[in-house]
Design a protein around this ligand. Sequence first.
Ligand SMILES: C[S@@+](CC[C@H](N)C(=O)[O-])C[C@H]1O[C@@H](n2cnc3c(N)ncnc32)[C@H](O)[C@@H]1O
Length: 360
Amino acid sequence: MVKEEIEYKIERHDFSEDKSLTSKSAADEYLLQSFNERAIKPKHLGIYNDRFGFLGCHLNSFEPTLILANKSQEKAININSEANKLPSATFSDPLSTLKNKMDIVLIKIPKSLGLFQLLLEHISKNSLVKVTVTCAFMTRHFSPKMLHIAEEYFEVVEQSRAVKKARVLILSKKKKVIKKDLITSLDYNKQAYKQYLGVFSADHIDYATQFFLEHIDLKKTDEKILDLGSGNGIIANEIHKKFPKAEMHLIDDSFLAVASAELNIKGKNIHHHCNNELAIFEDESFDLIVTNPPFHFEYEINIQIPLQLFRDSYRCLKKGGNLQMVASKHLNYKTHLQRFFSSVEIIAEDKKFIIYKCIK
Ligand SMILES: C[S@@+](CC[C@H](N)C(=O)[O-])C[C@H]1O[C@@H](n2cnc3c(N)ncnc32)[C@H](O)[C@@H]1O
């Protein structure tokens, strides 16, 4: 019988202070339960989209490969593995070829079904013919599109009964799939911005970003600039077109966002970083930081993420440097920004969006 009995302690590691947010969901528990019930020892186990390491830690003895789309997930899993005295996990990203073909796969279906498709494509290329894939989701997040995507890759797609408001889909009989295009293209300002499925924002350049680009306040003296939460790199690239000599840094938590930005903006003075915090940058190093900041992760709204990024931005700006950001008006960031910056001006607003300029 293949069964993991030990209960590991998994903590959230994402700056959140909201005690209602948990480090695992019923969907994670259902995945672990269905793996244990099937009692098959995997040759090569793949786990996709583990958030804080609940599955990675509980199934550590099977030496799984954890395939993740975000740096923050990898960091949290490393901390939880160490805290539980487990050996460090093996990680991969959904664009790299795995060393070993998987025969058992567990996947928590991401909110972005574009990303779900990209993950299934990765599974399809990196698994044995007889692979079984168990996909879990909370029932309230169900969309028939999940089934349509799964059916593109597998002959058999079985749905389970709900347990604690979670469900699983079991996929088997892998199809021979014709290679799908994983990159889409969005037009803006006579340029086609390329991006991998699952990268913000799916069908069009975000309207807040467009509003930001119309009003952004740039100066020739801005020599070193950071695009924070850079997505496909559009903000950095539009600035680069106007000031090609400025040293540009782009940072994003999402591996696929960074890989997309690398397709859109390149050059000697362009630097891409995959990270979820600014600790990699020195104090007082940027003249300008621009951002359309994140405030949720998958289905969770977590205001602590942008607040941490604003605090970090203050530290990384030179004296007299400024942070410019666009946000939905209802988020009311002004009072938060005033905690760090002595001057917070509004440089543009419309019915939905507002742009702040915060000077250090
Ligand atoms: C609202 S989107 C903006 C994307 C792009 N700048 C645009 O305007 O289209 C926010 C981006 O922040 C990234 N992100 C989320 N949390 C982050 C963090 N802690 N550090 C850096 N980037 C983060 C997301 O992956 C996403 O690409």
